[in-house]
Design a binder for this molecule. Structure first.
Ligand code: GDP
Length: 194
């Protein structure tokens, strides 16, 4: 069914509440220290506040945005599965996830390798329709960059992910990251009415 300009028959993991409301469970993965909590805080509260950790146990934050076509999208954001100490539980988190955001720090090549580990995990245990984003965070630290855009883009392309660089500090591309998760959802994996 097409409602306005947007085909709302998206893949099974996105809940279509009604023609103008979607709900997307989104999980964040990546090495600790890459800025996952800061990205979420920037998105949800519009702040950069590294001292205020939101990751406590299995809690999540939610944030609703309105897209250009006035569709409202409620994100339920899980920020726990990316921590190593929860690695064995991670499949429980991403099982029902419509989107997975895999974050690394552009100044730290080890975190890029860790991101690749999480991508493989998602490919093994995630739902096959999951929208995956590869996020190079701390883009404000360009002068300390150690992972090139090219290698990240190439990796993302060969793994069916979209790639974006963000800065939770300056807020660069943070909203775009989440918006693009809904675009990937709808544009990349269109499903027809069943
Ligand atoms: P997490 O463990 O992945 O949740 O990482 P945090 O969100 O706790 O961030 C770890 C550290 O990285 C914090 O001390 C932040 O100050 C810093 N940080 C996070 N995002 C950015 C960013 O975009 N730019 C810079 N320069 N520092 C960041």
């Amino acid at each position: 069914a097409v409602h306005g300009s947007r085909n709302l028959q998206t893949h099974s993991q996105t809940e279509v509440l009604d023609s103008k409301n979607l709900r997307i469970k989104l999980v964040l993965l990546g090495d600790s220290g890459v800025g996952k909590s800061c990205i979420v805080l920037r998105f949800v509260r519009g702040q950069f506040d590294p001292s205020s950790k939101v990751t406590v146990g299995a809690s999540f934050l939610s944030q609703t945005i309105t897209l250009k076509d006035s569709t409202s999208v409620k994100f339920e954001i899980w920020d726990t599965a990316g921590q190593e100490r929860y690695a064995s539980l991670a499949p429980l988190y991403y099982r029902g996830a419509a989107a997975a955001v895999v974050v690394y720090d552009i100044t730290n090549p080890e975190t890029f390798l860790k991101a690749q580990f999480w991508v493989k995990e998602l490919q093994k245990h995630g739902n096959p329709d999951i929208v995956m984003a590869l996020v190079g965070n701390k883009a404000d630290l360009e002068y300390q960059r150690e992972v090139t855009r090219e290698e990240a883009q190439t990796y993302a392309d060969s793994n069916g992910m979209f790639y974006i660089e963000t800065s939770a500090k300056t807020s660069d591309n943070v909203n775009q990251l989440f918006e693009q998760c809904t675009e990937g959802d709808i544009a990349k994996k269109p499903k027809h009415s069943s």
